[in-house]
Design a protein around this ligand. Sequence first.
Ligand code: HEM
Length: 500
Amino acid sequence: MIEVLLLVVLIASVLQYVKIRRKISFAQDLPTVEPCYPIIGNGLLYLGQSSEKRFLKISKALSHPAKFFKMWLGFVPIICTNDPSMAQQILTHPDCLEKPYLYDFFKLDYGLFSARHDIWKGQRKTLNSTFNQKIINGFIPIFDTCAQDLIKRLMNHKTVQMTPFMLQCALEMVCATTIGGDLSRQKGAVILTELIDKVIHLVAKRVLSVSVHLECVYRLTQDYRAEQRAREEAYYYGNEILRDARARKATETIDSNDRDEFRKPQIFIDQLLDPQNGKKFEEIEIIHNLYTMITGGSDTTGNEMGYISLMLAMHPDLQEKVYGEIMTVFPGSGDPIFSHEALKQLQYTEMVIKETLRLFPIAPNIMRTPIKDVNLYGVLVPKGTILLISIFNAHRRKDVWGPNADKFDPENFSPERVEGRHPFAFLAFSGGTRNCIGIRYAMCNLKIILVHLLKNFKLRTNAHIEDLQFKYDAMLRLSTEPEISLERRATCTKNAEGCD
Ligand code: HEM
């Protein structure tokens, strides 16, 4: 058995190597990340390393000063950049909207995030309208309730690692706006995200192991079996959620007074089951998009709120400035009355959010592949080449962000500084037409959580930004999260339990 497996791997590898060598000849003049050896490529950067070292070495390699350079995942070449103008060329090129085969490992081929270009195009056109500002405004009361629940949970603690609390809050928000219904009945959704996280971790591991890129080889591994178990369980919960949503929709009596489309929140699953305009979705598209939104909407904002809390705790003077702005827009100790207009006034708060997203972009690297041969900055890149944009490194370039690029400075997002900068220097939400569909959603819920958090607590920590270590994963995650101490503020909102 093992001999057959080795033979299959060997033959597949040689065929792949010959094919790729022929295709990569266009890139022979591009600089290569070192050390690089035949067969293992840049494997020494990550093989046998701890997750933390892996992250450090890969991100150092991706900080290469050339506009375009190449890395080898074994014998798979990846053309990389951290340059804003190169990123713009790739992300805005109409023939570079495809994701490479590595995204197939997510096995969500019919969800917006990893769907092939031809499927993605129709879906994105229809779903863009489900993320418009009016629909997001309809979610404000839901975000408010979930943030109030978060504060109640935090009231029981003096020191916390913030991210797990934020992940729960973000998950409740995304469940309520995606699936709808009573939050307490969505236990299946919590299990679902844990299962999806497990799958994402195994996918990130598989990306670095070229020997298991071929599905027939991967199927022979333990990781495949673990992934399958997680997927099967996830599908079970996914189907339950979908059945519930369908049953609820079938029993809904449409009161003619409720026809004002923006009075009731337009939850995502209803739009998938019954799109107001654009394409009708197949069953598999509905399921894959449901998983995509639950993960895309909770892991991202949850982790990012963890980073924002840490940055504020590490910079008490900046925290007071944000608090001051919040108290000007939402004065007093009563519950804040949120509206889109009021949230728009939180401009310094927005600068703090963006600066955190700059230093801690939840998607540290993104990839694209051309659907035909394309010319990018004078380099003729053949169809099917894997192109990688290192957002993490683009956000820390000293020639773009100045000599203190590694420091936390919200002034980086003052209107004057933004005006003088390349439009693709900040890529936390990616760029071009295949950017993040949830930008408005995220900015709205992040601000609402922050208002509640800072009205109720002063955040403090002894940790410093230089102490933070990341681990290798598909998302930017801390190796160990420092604790934050919570000190009650005098403006503690009246309905929060434990508030004096
Ligand atoms: C701080 C919060 C967020 C950040 C930093 C973020 C970042 C990103 C990035 C960088 C991408 C591009 C990924 C790639 O090209 O490989 C992306 C795509 C996507 N995001 Fe977000 N995201 C956030 C919040 C959200 C939310 C709240 C939702 C939904 C409720 C969402 C849904 C999606 C979807 C569906 C895609 C795929 C879009 C497409 O391919 O057309 N994201 N996001």
